[in-house]
Design a protein around this ligand. Structure first.
Ligand code: ZN
Length: 443
């Protein structure tokens, strides 16, 4: 087995704990001394840095959430002077102003190491070409993959999102070994190319590694992408958040990628899986859903102690001791959905990716679909309206259209005990997304 940084990747549990505790003590001192938000949080709770000696002591610090940092905009989380900032990134700011997140020179190098480690684990090697199709600007996805390529010594083709008509040719002619993009764009790109006479199985046969992230993917979407590609194609995943430090907080390995599980990069991110009902930690080995709460152990500029992601998942049944050698870096299951995207329909919590799974599995549906919520609040919906495209070959088949509608309604009822209203749309009637998909629309 080859590793990018063998010593830390194959470290023992005890060794990892020692590394985490040492980094945590320094981080806590830095946060108390240099970050106004944490100074105030510690003082309000009667805490001093000396009270936090090990990762077990973290439970004494309150969890920080999006709503808590809103009032600290723009620099209340900053632990260095502006002159020390090499780079700004920001959150997407769907509900408020995008929050600036900063990187010192050292932070950029740490990010480079994290992403290089993840991509090397996916199979990228020096000299390989990587087709990079995440966004740039203040979004972290594109620059992260660029840095990962630099760390490994791979070549990056920085296409950015979209440009589908060119992408299908570039993927054939430049012979990249890996592609980075959202799962929905990969699916769209494959369908689009096949309709135009380019077959990913043969024309992109050199493409062996998908590095997907930016949005949760339904199992049926993952399957469609895998099925479209040549034999031996590996569907790898990044999980991260802008607040934490980028896209490599948790990533798959060759033993976890087929069942959508991810190793947490635990020397950089200390994970606590918190039971939302009790606020207590769930241990590896317990099969219980919890919120991912992370402490960014290595960040200088805008560090996070106990960041509540609002994302729910569970530990893998085999959370520790993976065959890949990363025995102490715990394995979590891939997310069904980001907490912020959940819909509440008559009291039931549903993620768009769960609806996507139903829609994608029904034979005869096209690539486009969306949930329409009218003017309602997405947390108090009374009715679930799903619009879904019919595949072009069934466009004029009224019987087929009726069957598609019936199957989706039956499957939604079977899974969620909810009656959905399904509207069948013409092929290409709904939008395609080049980066993160928008599946919930107001009409
Ligand atoms: Zn592994």
């Amino acid at each position: 087995m080859e590793y990018f940084k063998k010593e830390i990747e194959t470290i023992s549990e005890e060794g990892l704990r020692a590394v985490q505790n040492e980094k945590l003590r320094l981080l806590v001192k830095h946060c108390y001394k240099d970050v106004p938000y944490y100074k105030e949080l510690f003082d309000q709770n009667g805490l001093k840095p000396k009270d936090i000696q090990t990762v077990d002591d973290l439970v004494n610090i309150p969890i920080t959430r999006k709503k808590d940092i809103k009032s600290t905009y723009p620099f209340g989380l900053m632990g260095v002077s502006l002159a020390e900032v090499e780079r700004f990134q920001s959150t997407s700011g769907t509900t408020s102003l995008p929050y600036p997140l900063c990187y010192t020179k050292k932070d950029v190098l740490t990010l480079q190491e994290q992403v290089a480690r993840a991509m090397f684990c996916f199979g990228v090697r020096p000299g390989d070409v990587v087709y990079q199709s995440y966004g740039y600007g203040t979004f972290l996805g594109g620059i992260s993959v660029d840095l990962g390529c630099r760390g490994i010594g791979a070549s990056v083709f920085p296409a950015g999102p979209g440009r589908t008509a060119l992408a299908m040719h570039w993927l054939r002619d430049l012979k990249p070994k890996a592609i980075s993009c959202t799962p929905s764009f990969a699916r769209h790109l494959a369908t689009y190319s096949m309709e135009r006479g380019i077959d990913p199985k043969t024309d992109w046969a050199h493409l062996k590694i998908g590095m997907f992230g930016g949005e949760p993917a339904a199992p049926a979407v993952r399957k469609k992408v895998r099925d479209a590609m040549a034999d031996g194609f590996m569907y790898h995943e990044f999980y991260g958040t802008s607040e934490l430090f980028g896209n490599s907080v948790a990533t798959s390995c060759e033993y976890t990628c087929d069942h959508s599980e991810l190793h947490v990069m635990a020397d950089h991110f200390y994970l606590e899986l918190i039971d939302p009902a009790t606020g207590k930690r769930i241990d590896p080995g317990e099969d219980k859903e919890g919120e991912l709460v992370f402490t960014s152990l290595s960040k200088e500029a805008t560090p996070m102690l106990r960041w509540g992601t609002n994302d729910l998942t569970r530990y893998s049944r085999n959370a520790l001791g993976c065959k890949c050698g990363r025995v102490a870096h715990p394995i979590i299951r891939a997310l069904t959905g980001r907490g912020d995207d959940a819909l509440k329909i008559r009291g039931a919590l549903i993620f768009p990716s769960e609806i996507e799974d139903v829609v994608t599995k029904v034979e005869g549906t096209g690539d486009g679909w969306q949930i329409v919520i009218g003017n309602s609040d997405k947390e108090s919906l009374q009715e679930l309206i799903i619009q879904v495209e019919v595949a072009p070959q069934h466009k004029d088949d009224h019987e087929k259209r009726g069957l598609i509608r019936k199957y989706i309604e039956d499957d939604v009822y079977g899974r969620f005990s909810l009656r959905a209203v399904v509207q069948i749309m013409e092929p290409e009637a709904l939008p395609r997304y080049e980066s993160k998909s928008i599946r919930i629309v107001k009409q």
